[in-house]
Design a protein around this ligand. Structure first.
Ligand code: NAP
Ligand code: MG
Length: 464
């Protein structure tokens, strides 16, 4: 595994001002696999200065040329896909096949989509006697989590660069190695010095310094609601733009006319993917009272196939493992019925949690309200469609969801009633061009596709 004992600032790897270091641990076996520098406020400041200095040149670069650099970046990601997958597997613990398909595959698709959009987007439009210019917002501070470590980086950096913004990235402390690999790809793609800068470090130090820096025009954050709240408050006080992609507690609503076996199988797979560490995971399954027992049986059998260490990886670290096990204990204590898994550790070593399914979950239980961020599914019964809609909408979150029905129109009619940013109809496929983001406390703003690009643009109207 390649590693840099340095920060990528202004087009080169330079030693950190901060003296601290971060140990990167493989959660599958607890081994320390690398050490990276823990950036200080001085490192953040150096990176922001570099990004500011590079801004006028990059903002004035013709969109076609920005598109060409993004296409070169995509090609770098393609060329190094195996290395990306191996790195994410080492620092996050994801099974290698999943790392290849998703952790390496999704960023390639998203980067490619912005290479295309940068070249085709109308950065100028006519409205009556006005010409409206869509100009870059400026310098972007990007703060990303560890759960889809490269995807979340690319979902911010690619549209920012396409828009003509420059970027300082503070990746999660648990997954800095794939961020360093990404910086190498940026460098090899011929993106000018200072346009992209990387500061590894701790959230409350480097992340906080970045979010609070005067030289940042927009903060784009993905992570917990608790930290998102703080970042939103800082941005509000400074009157700067902010985008927040936060948690979720998404509902998988299976209507009575649905193909139950398929809906349950896909629903369980959705929750177990990435060891349940997915903000958009359908962690609540809503089933009609008449088909409830059948659904519980199918879900328990499906979950049992996720053998820890084989089909499902560990959680990212011991803190998350303890947190998720605590939620499972809480579910039992509040009276939910365990039908698969449980709080016991499945393996002697590594941060594993047993794939867990709870039945007889009621809407007010903690496990039906809070984001667990682990392989834990709660199954709730509903009486009729109104009841299902009320339960589905009955959390502070609204990021994603699913609806299953015998015919598409019925599912779509129900999807219109959901207070959420994305709904998959009868198992619809992931679309890297569709806007992704939250209603309610799941966030502010949208990522991906043209909606993700406009987050990084501001308008200037010229009247004639
Ligand atoms: P987190 O603390 O919100 O981490 C997200 C990012 O924010 C990381 O880069 C983190 O740095 C940084 N950060 C932390 N405190 C900060 C601060 N005061 N100012 C600026 N940046 C700061 O999330 P976590 O602790 O890793 O995970 C906890 C829970 O958050 C999970 O159980 C899950 O519920 C939720 N979560 C949601 C998502 C999502 O995609 N919506 C992703 C991850 C986690 P460090 O890495 O150094 O902490
Ligand atoms: Mg944290």
């Amino acid at each position: 595994m390649k590693q840099h004992d340095a920060m990528y600032i202004d087009g080169s790897w330079r030693p950190a001002e901060g003296r601290g270091t971060i140990e990167v641990v493989n959660p599958a076996d607890g081994q320390v696999i690398a050490t990276v520098p823990a950036g200080s406020a001085e490192d953040v400041d150096a990176a922001v200065r570099a990004a500011r200095a590079a801004l006028p040149g990059w903002a004035a670069t013709p969109p076609q040329e920005r598109a060409a650099r993004l296409a070169a970046l995509r090609d770098q990601l393609v060329a190094r896909a195996d290395e990306i997958a191996a790195t994410v597997t080492a620092e996050l613990g994801a099974p290698l096949a999943f790392s290849k398909a998703v952790h390496a595959g999704a960023p390639i698709a998203v980067c490619g989509s912005y290479a295309e959009l940068a070249g085709t987007y109308a950065f100028e439009e006519k409205i009556g006697n006005s010409t409206v210019l869509h100009e870059p917002v400026g310098v972007v501070g990007a703060i990303t989590p560890w759960n889809y470590p490269l995807h979340q980086v690319v979902a911010k950096v690619a549209p920012a660069l396409a828009a003509g913004c420059t970027v300082v990235l503070k990746p999660a402390e648990d997954t800095p190695l794939v961020a360093q690999l990404f910086a190498e790809c940026v460098d090899a793609a011929g993106i000018p010095a200072g346009v992209f800068n990387l500061v590894t470090g701790l959230g409350p130090v480097a992340g906080q310094a970045l979010a609070a820096h005067d030289g940042i025009d927009l903060v784009s954050f993905t992570g917990s609601t608790a930290v998102g709240r703080k970042i939103g408050a800082l941005a509000g006080a400074a009157v700067k733009r902010v985008a927040l992609e936060l948690g979720g507690k998404s509902a998988n609503v299976i209507l009575p006319s649905a193909d139950l076996a398929k809906a349950v199988a896909v629903g369980v797979a959705n929750v177990m993917a990435n060891s349940g560490q997915t903000c958009s995971a359908w962690t609540r399954m809503l089933v009609h009272r008449d088909r409830y027992d059948e659904a519980v049986e199918l879900a328990a059998a499906a979950a049992a196939k996720y053998v820890p260490g084989e089909k499902i990886g560990p959680l990212v670290n011991a803190t998350q493992q303890a947190r998720v096990r605590g939620y499972i204990e809480r579910g039992v204590a509040e009276g939910a019925r365990l039908v698969a898994g449980g709080p016991e550790e499945p393996l002697a070593a590594g941060c594993y949690v047993r794939p867990t399914v709870f039945a007889d979950v009621t809407p007010e239980m903690t496990i039906a309200q809070e984001e667990i961020f682990g392989p834990v599914l709660s199954i709730l019964a509903y009486e009729d469609e109104d009841d299902a809609a009320r339960i589905a909408n009955g959390t502070v979150y609204g990021l994603a969801g699913a609806v299953w029905a015998g015919d598409e129109a019925e599912a779509v009619a129900f999807a219109r009633r959901l207070e959420t940013g994305q709904v998959d109809i009868n198992g619809g496929r992931f679309n890297p061009l569709a806007p992704f983001g939250g209603y309610k406390q799941s966030g502010v703003g949208r990522e991906l596709g043209r909606h993700g690009l406009t987050e990084y643009l501001q308008t200037k109207s010229l009247q004639f």
